[in-house]
Design a protein around this ligand. Structure first.
Ligand SMILES: *Cc1c(COP(=O)(O)O)cnc(C)c1O
Length: 365
């Protein structure tokens, strides 16, 4: 937490705005819209809720196909299942580790020829690295399929100077506890389409029609963010630029200390990409360092009470999505097999960063 979160939360209590709406919610939404550079945002109970509503707005229904990046956290695709629709997974390209535009087009063509033209495309900016949005949007527009931008991990990242979360027809942010800023739990919907923003506001507050009694013509959802949580969000927005700077500093420290080791490499920022470096990830070449070296390091660190983690297990490898079609190229499988996430919390001390580096070096020597 920064300095101001408690103050905004206290204001919520002082004014008795302990409700799903209120002044903190309004202020937080305004800050978000300004930061992301979109005309409208709706703060919600989670990023998953935002994705669910985005799919509903894309008219995703039972049996429809939704294309989704395979290399991501499962929450990118679960909302497809909430709609009883069918996820079809697309592999990554090696530069950004995100949606491969070439495979995306193949999948659109093939699914369409089978009579299952995709209803939506979920593109993710994984670990804060922007996806190749120019190419993805060009293809999506060509086939007239809406892009839902999962920017849950990418608040503070930009692509050719424009903020992640502002590219898709609809965007999704998350303020879950593990993200670069948090409201303890929460998310947001972003869009430049005022009608979509209005509709999300309506559906997320139980779809109450404007009538003096309780009138409902559509299924509603209780997905709004509380005015207490939005108070935390307001304070967090004030420190977001510092958090991005800190995460990038942590990444640069690890890279500078470790990239001299033969077989270790760090993801570069391709042209136009500015990553918030939400988590520092690295790739360990098994041909140089031996098979299973990432797991060897993880276990070594674990013994010293240092937590590191494998990269996201691709969704086409997950039992819950075992029946889903996958357009693969081996990139996400290889990243998963050889990658590792290092401790990257914004408050990690220099001493602890040094310790992680020392122990990785010890483990490899
Ligand atoms: C965290 C996350 C989500 C879901 O956000 P919640 O707020 O936890 O529901 C979706 N996609 C990605 C890539 C995430 O990392």
């Amino acid at each position: 937490m920064g300095e101001m979160e408690k103050e905004y939360v206290a204001q919520a209590f002082k004014t008795n705005w302990v409700a799903p709406l209120g002044p903190n919610v309004d202020a937080f939404e305004k800050q978000l819209a300004e930061f992301v550079g979109c005309t409208g945002t709706v703060s919600l109970s989670s990023g998953s809720a935002a994705l669910h509503l985005a799919l509903i707005l894309a008219d995703v229904q039972q049996g429809d196909v939704v294309l989704c990046q395979s290399f991501t956290f499962a929450a990118s695709a679960f909302p497809i299942q909430y709609c009883h629709a069918t996820p079809v997974f697309i592999d990554s390209e090696p530069d950004t580790w995100n949606l491969d535009p070439a495979l995306l087009e193949i999948a659109i063509k093939e699914q369409s020829s089978l009579g299952r033209k995709p209803k939506a495309i979920i593109a993710v900016h994984l670990y804060g690295m922007p996806a190749k949005m120019n190419q993805i949007l060009a293809i999506a527009n060509n086939y007239d399929i809406p892009v839902i931008e999962d920017a849950a991990e990418a608040l503070g990242s930009t692509y050719f100077g424009k903020a992640c979360g502002s590219f898709g027809k609809m965007g999704v942010l998350s303020f879950n506890g593990n993200k670069i800023i948090t409201t303890s739990g929460g998310g947001a919907f972003t869009s430049n389409d005022a009608a979509l923003v209005k509709k999300v506001r309506f559906l997320s507050a139980q779809a109450k029609e404007p009538a003096p009694y309780y009138l409902h013509k559509e299924t509603g959802y209780n997905y709004r963010m509380s005015n207490v949580c939005a108070g935390i969000g307001r304070g967090q927005m004030e420190v977001l630029p510092q958090r991005v700077a800190k995460r990038r500093e942590i990444f640069e420290f690890y890279r500078d200390e470790l990239s001299d080791i033969n077989g270790i490499s760090f993801p570069k920022e391709p042209e136009g990409c500015f990553s918030n470096r939400w988590l520092t990830t690295l790739i360990l070449d098994e041909n140089v360092l031996g098979a299973g070296v990432n797991e060897k390091i993880r276990l070594h660190l674990e013994k010293l009470n240092i937590e590191s983690r494998p990269l996201w297990k691709p969704l086409h490898q997950q039992p819950v999505f075992a029946d889903c079609t996958h357009y693969g190229n081996g990139v996400s499988d290889s990243l998963y097999a050889t990658g590792l996430c290092l401790p990257s919390g914004s408050n990690t001390s220099h001493e602890n960063l040094n310790k992680v580096v020392t122990e990785i070096v010890n483990c490899l020597s």
